[in-house]
Design a protein. Sequence first.
Length: 303
Amino acid sequence: MHATIPGSRPLPCFDNPFWAPTPMLSYRHAFHAGNFADVLKHVVLVAALGAMTRKPKPMFYLETHAGAGRYPLTPGGGGEADEGIVRLLTVSSAPAAVRAYLDAVRASNPRGQLRRYPGSPLLARALLRADDRAQLHELHPRDHGALAALFKTDRQTQVHASDGLAALKSALPPRERRGLILIDPPYERAEEYRAVPAALTEGLRRFATGVYLLWYPRLSPDTAAPMLKTLTATLSRPTLRLELALGPPGDRPGMDGCGMLVVNPPYGLAEALQEALPWLAEVLGRPGGKGRVDWLIAEHTPE
């Protein structure tokens, strides 16, 4: 049984040098597809790409941990999506940034029933134009196979079975000189919290004007705190911080919140998300939940 999507309509859809150890490929995003963390990540991604594609010049999209690209859903089956995308689709009105994201999810479910969740590769590809280009990286063999099959006839998209963090060195700067890079590791290992700042620093050294989206979890204890401290000390470009907490700190074990950093945010993104983040916290969270939008690195340094 599948949930009917309010307002759905048919739209086209698409049927490392930073550390040494071999990656542990146990993480499979299918178990978490459409949860609150995906909602935050994909609202921000759709809003950022929407802002960037308003300019006519071609752009490049790179994703470091692309996953399988699309995931089956069973609404009402007790999965994490029930408290994320499934709940959102029952709400009658939403801020503009959230509406754009919901429209993109509906576009991947053209018969009006929520049967599959589009991952960030599909959401991004639907917004890219004829002269834009995408490069997707995924190391897990099964997920890479699914991703490659999804884009096998798409000449604008390259799919690589390789370390996406290393691609911040090998693929940048892009020939388009405009680009958005989504960094979304699973953070299974402590090394990833150290590898991400190194990779992001290298990416910015090569492509200082690129837009970088970095997702991170908020856990108890907060394993991301040292990474954020390092980034605060090392980043020199304007960096927007977005965080969604479902409840007050320490209220529940596990991941009860997450965040994103947006380095070099597109014009108008901060204002668009100022309304969306508190709204998401109210709809998806519990009492004490919070949506936060502020600057990790100020957009304009006072003289």
